[in-house]
Design a protein around this ligand. Structure first.
Ligand code: ZN
Length: 152
């Protein structure tokens, strides 16, 4: 398990060092801002949808390694997904990091995102891992002028 944990850490550090899709989209139809005041993470998610499918997704912001890596891997996982699939992934991801660390069945559905399952051992970090996903959800819902906060 420790080898696995080390591998997971490598993946997170790599995404933090060189986040994927870290830019503002030239053209987007959905956008939302998120804020995790407990840690100071800020993220903005941009989405371009076509016929109910996510054709492009990107993010910007500043936060800790977990929040940046989570946003980076989220954008990679979402491209080409339908809105319904994206919302289902949000739910599964949320369940994985907020669930008990013992019951890890079903995480395989999340593929690479399973690297965040170790976060369940660090309750303070759960919000860092989920802020990008909450922001995505808000963007899919049409966005809002108010930033999404983990503290509401
Ligand atoms: Zn954080």
């Amino acid at each position: 398990m420790s080898d696995l944990r080390e591998l997971y850490q490598q993946v997170i550090l790599d995404h933090n060092k060189s986040p994927r899709n870290f830019r503002e989209l030239d053209q987007f139809d959905h956008k939302a801002d998120g804020h995790n005041p407990l840690c100071g993470d800020r993220v903005t998610v941009f989405l371009k949808l076509d016929d109910g499918r996510i054709v492009d997704v990107s993010f910007q912001g500043q936060g800790c390694a977990i929040s940046t890596a989570s946003a980076s891997m989220m954008t990679e996982s979402l491209k080409g997904k339908t809105v319904a699939e994206a919302q289902a992934m949000f739910q599964e991801f949320h369940d994985m990091v907020t669930g008990s660390c013992e019951s890890m069945s079903g995480v395989s559905k999340l593929g690479k995102l399973a690297v965040f399952q170790g976060v369940c051992e660090f309750p303070m970090r759960v919000k860092c891992a989920t802020i990008a996903w909450h922001t995505l959800n808000a963007a899919l819902d049409g966005g809002s002028d108010q930033p999404v906060s983990t503290e509401e």
